[in-house]
Design a protein around this ligand. Structure first.
Ligand SMILES: [Zn+2]
Ligand SMILES: [Zn+2]
Length: 368
């Protein structure tokens, strides 16, 4: 496989005569030599998700993350790769930073095309199969039940952002035939990594780093030249959602804070986030993210304390925290998971307690 062709190639789009009926696709951006970013459109407030294509030398091509998998995204990625002269068959490796639906959707198609191994951190593959695979019904049902016990009623299909996203985009996937239309990579294609393990891709060595918080077995990869694949662990300008789900580790916010400290002082020169633009000053961003979570925990505690005698439910805390920003069912679901993460973080520290009242959990402050 030759080196990626020079910049000039990316300007060769579809012939002008076809332009009027071709949807508009974001062309890939060459961040530095051998590193391309594809911005895939998402039907959520998040707007887009990044997929990276990295040429690690010796003809080795790695795809990092794989979008939600809706038709517009697939067309953007395929069209973008064609523009830079890379066929899906040429991929040598696929890395999935974590098993959230907006990062796994096209992995199956590109794995099948290339036969490339799919790398994930160990145990995140279980989430891929149990929460988003063929038998995802039980996991999503548990989420729906947990949210209902905390004051937010969802229809079952609304617990899968792939279904609500497809409905919003108006694509055929809205039929809810999750099994048929949201395929995930086959088990035999997955190679799991452990925390601290070295992964050789092309001419470069990468260090696998377990960064729980945003997802329990989230993977960051640090290349020996300081290129840092951050997934959704570190994002610029938006804060990674830290949510609590029935299958989550005990205290995702504590995990997240420790994971932020774990990467803050690594020697990085460029951080590649799962959404939005690359980050140069990792230390500054880590400090901002830590401060943000501390402030939000304090805000949640204040809201629970204000409810004093009668207590409050997570659904009301979420509404007070996020208010008018909750426009879609996906916004509401993220807000609920995040509120629950903060409430549980405070509960494990003794700042709030929880009581079951009929079908609901009610929270009370224990200290001022
Ligand atoms: Zn994510
Ligand atoms: Zn994401």
């Amino acid at each position: 496989m030759p080196e990626l062709p020079p910049d000039s190639v990316q300007n060769q789009g579809a012939p002008a005569s076809h332009a009027h009926r071709e949807p508009h696709y974001e062309p890939p951006v060459e961040i530095e030599q051998g590193l391309w970013a594809f911005s895939l459109p998402l039907p959520f407030a998040l707007r887009q998700v990044n997929v990276y294509l990295i040429n690690d030398g010796a003809g080795h091509l790695t795809l990092v993350d794989a979008g939600l998998g809706l038709p517009r995204e697939e067309a953007t990625l395929r069209e973008g790769m064609a523009r830079i002269g890379v066929a899906p068959e040429a991929l040598d490796a696929i890395v999935l930073t974590h098993a959230h639906p907006d990062h796994i959707g096209l992995a199956r198609a590109f794995q099948e095309a290339s036969g490339a191994p799919v790398y994930m951190l160990e145990r995140e593959d279980e989430r891929l199969f149990n929460v988003w695979g063929e038998n995802s019904g039980a996991a999503l049902k548990a989420v729906t039940r947990s949210f209902a016990e905390n004051g937010m009623v969802l229809e079952e299909a609304q617990s899968d952002p792939r279904v609500s996203g497809a409905a919003r985009e108006g694509s055929a996937n809205a039929e809810g035939q999750r099994r048929a239309v949201f395929p995930i990579p086959p088990r035999e294609s997955i190679t799991t990594l452990t925390d601290g393990e070295t992964l050789k891709l092309g001419r470069w060595r990468y260090q696998a780093i377990w960064t729980p918080g945003h997802s329990d077995y989230h993977l960051c990869l640090l290349r020996e030249d300081g290129l840092f694949i951050a997934g959704d662990h570190i994002l610029p300008s938006i804060t990674p959602n830290i949510g609590l789900y029935p299958y989550s580790r005990l205290d995702p916010l504590l995990d997240y804070d420790e994971s932020l400290l774990k990467v803050r002082d690594l020697s990085t020169r460029l951080t590649l986030p799962g959404h939005r633009a690359p980050i140069v000053d990792l230390v500054a961003r880590v400090n901002e993210l830590r401060a943000h979570q501390r402030n939000r925990s304090a805000a949640v505690h204040t809201l629970v304390a204000a409810a004093s005698e009668e207590g409050t439910i997570a659904g009301d805390v979420a509404a007070a925290l996020f208010g008018a920003r909750l426009r879609t069912v996906d916004d509401r679901r993220f807000a609920m998971a995040e509120t629950l993460a903060h409430l549980e973080h405070l509960r494990l520290r003794g700042y709030v307690r929880r009581e079951r009242r009929e079908n609901l959990y009610v929270y009370f402050a224990t200290r001022r």
